[in-house]
Design a protein around this ligand. Structure first.
Ligand code: C2E
Ligand code: CA
Ligand code: CA
Ligand code: CA
Length: 271
């Protein structure tokens, strides 16, 4: 039987409701999951592509739920953002990273910087910097070993407010990175205004470098970073060819499956 207009709208609404319900369910389970320590940090190295040396790591949240199965970060992060749970999630990530660094420090293993993703809600929360400082000191870690990755979209909220927070981070010795660069409507002057030390070129550009205009964008971002004294990091490097192209453009730092996949803390321990 053919659907009438009303019925198809009804169907669409149900699907939307279902999506909302699923989001809500995930967000609700999240609190319990954090308590049960089901959300685990994995680390993915950032590599000097000239030598293969591991320079630093990025912390990425993983959730293998006994009830809901393996949920991808894109799903549970956005559910957490929509339901006010992202701050506690990111605090858990920070804590796991600090515990790991502390252990390495005690065992006199070499310490490398670890980058933590911070959402806009968390970044602009009044207790973000004080909490970060307290926790980092509590574990006896030099703030120089913690980097904050902030998506470039943060600047659209309030660039002046963002600048103030970045300046506080600098004051305490933390470093910052602008994540997913090029995906928003960021003006190039945006980078100049923020006291950050790194810019991450979004994976969507790296995967299309075989197109001349995309290659030109990657070249421009790399040159801009160099002119401003920032490190350009290429995300999602998957092939030898991409690595070579990036090196030719003067982009030396890369992250991606070609080098390492995100790995559990135990595996990162031997690097
Ligand atoms: P992102 O910050 O852009 O992180 C990079 C994503 O690319 C990660 O996906 C990583 O696993 C993936 N990736 C790395 N190398 C490659 C590659 O060579 N090829 C491909 N196809 N993918 C690669 P993941 O872990 O699924 O995370 C997705 C997004 O979820 C992250 O994107 C980040 O925005 C968010 N996320 C993860 N953990 C956190 C967190 O603790 N806080 C916040 N706010 N966001 C997080
Ligand atoms: Ca990131
Ligand atoms: Ca990124
Ligand atoms: Ca990205």
């Amino acid at each position: 039987a053919k659907l009438r207009a009303g019925e198809s709208i009804c169907y669409y609404e149900n699907e939307h409701d279902e999506y909302m319900m699923k989001n809500l369910r995930i967000a609700n389970e999240l609190t319990a999951a954090l308590r049960r320590e089901e959300i685990k940090v994995h680390l993915q190295p950032k590599v000097d592509m000239r030598t293969g040396e591991v320079l630093s790591f990025e912390a990425l949240a993983r959730w293998n739920s006994p009830d809901l199965g393996n949920i991808t970060p894109d799903v549970f992060i956005s559910a957490a953002e929509k339901n006010g749970k992202i701050r506690i999630l990111e605090q858990s990530v920070l804590k796991q990273v600090l515990v790991w660094l502390q252990k390495r420090q005690e065992q006199k293993q070499v310490l490398r910087q670890v980058a933590i993703n911070i959402s806009a809600d968390h970044f602009f929360h009044h207790s973000f910097v004080p909490n970060l400082v307290d926790m980092t000191l509590e574990y006896g870690i030099d703030p120089a070993f913690i980097q904050l990755e902030i998506t470039e979209r943060i600047g659209f909220v309030d660039i002046e407010a963002a600048r103030k927070i970045f300046k506080q981070l600098v004051k305490y010795g933390f470093t910052s990175s602008v994540d997913d660069f090029g995906t928003g409507y960021s003006s190039l002057s945006y980078l100049q205004k923020l006291p950050v030390s790194e810019v991450k070129i979004d994976r969507s550009f790296i995967s299309k470098m075989h197109e001349a205009d995309t290659l030109a964008i990657v070249r421009t971002i790399t040159q801009l970073a160099e002119n401003l004294g920032l490190t350009a990091v290429a995300e999602g490097v998957e092939t030898e060819e991409q690595k070579q192209q990036l090196l030719n453009l003067g982009c030396h730092v890369g992250q991606g499956y070609y080098f390492y996949r995100p790995m559990p803390l135990e595996d990162a321990n031997i690097l």
